[in-house]
Design a binder for this molecule. Sequence first.
Ligand code: 0PR
Length: 395
Amino acid sequence: MNVKGLSEKEIFCYLENAKSEDTDYYRVLSSMCTHPHKIAVEAHRLFIEANLGDFGLFAGAHRLEKEAIGMLGELLHAESAEFPSEESCGSSVCGYLTTGGTESNIQAVRGMKNLAVSEKKSLGEISNIVIPESAHFSFDKVADMMDIEVRRASLDSKFKVDIACVESLIDKNTIGLVGIAGNTEFGQVDPIEDLSRFALENKLFLHVDAAFGGFVIPFLEEPYSFDFKIPGVTSIAIDPHKMGLSTIPSGALLFRSPSFLDSLKVSTPYLTTKAQFTLTGTRSGAAAAATCAVMKYLGREGYVKNVQYCMRLTQKMVEEARKLGFELLLEPVMNVVALKTPDPDFVRELLLRKFGWNVSITRNPRSLRLVLMPHNTAQDIEEFLQDLKKVTSEL
Ligand code: 0PR
């Protein structure tokens, strides 16, 4: 650290210099985050010091968190959703705002584990959960952090989890299943109703990772069934900082039953509240304000427009790529396109080096993965496909 402080001018010059190294999402086709909505940015600024880790001191920010949870619960077809009171939240769906999908997934599995232990479900042996092979790498962290075996079920030809494989992996130590509503690489939705049936038959928990799809699927022309309407679903992760247009860090975790949150509680003797069930201590009240504000501002209609825009771009990408002779791994379900090319890793490198495009890659099979977000434009797609054609014709 420098001994003497720098001037304001020097600091901002330094910051602007650093900022110029960021992409500003120009030619970014690899991100599931985007520019936050301007209303979210303003709300975030207004609540910049609010700490939801000690929400007794920040009653206003906490009220906004509760409202956001209520709106998210409604979106996900919970009968009603609450941030639980000190005692508990009765019988309704409840939850809290997390830092994102990773925290939500970790906490969902931690809840399963704590409840299974209290119900003495796995008798001293290592418990396991069954997740799709396409699950986000946050589940690798779950495996690493908790004494839980993470079993991966293979995918079918449409990149949904293979239901027969899930069934074959369930045994007496299985405590829960995970389904993904909008998987990271393909944008595909797992058969949540089938998973729900297994969960109910075998008395297992079922977590749905809708970190990306949660703000897409409900606004599609033909929405898929993935949420609390399905009886076996016990928890859902949904991220306002992805397609919800809120600021980072904004995730959310909702549980069907308050017993999950109870199982995550630790006592907090010197705070304004008696107990905490969140993973982090200090939490951003700014992100909660941003999420509540942008959801209220856009309303259902605003999110429908956002998803329609991204789906139009997706359609354009698909149609024009096909005209140029490219094939797809699957018909896009949401705004994620998996494009077959020869040597996708090399194509990705050339696209970046020669033309400044950021694209990513699906793992199995390898293909170009393109996420069409609100920061992308129709012109981007035309330019991208021209550049892709040049790169692949040189191979
Ligand atoms: N679950 C799913 C289905 C996800 O797609 C992601 C993130 C997570 C959980 C984890 O969410 P957090 O990163 O909020 O903890 N999916 C993207 C990914 O990791 C996120 C992303 C965002 C990647 C912006 C790149 C990027 O520029 O691939």
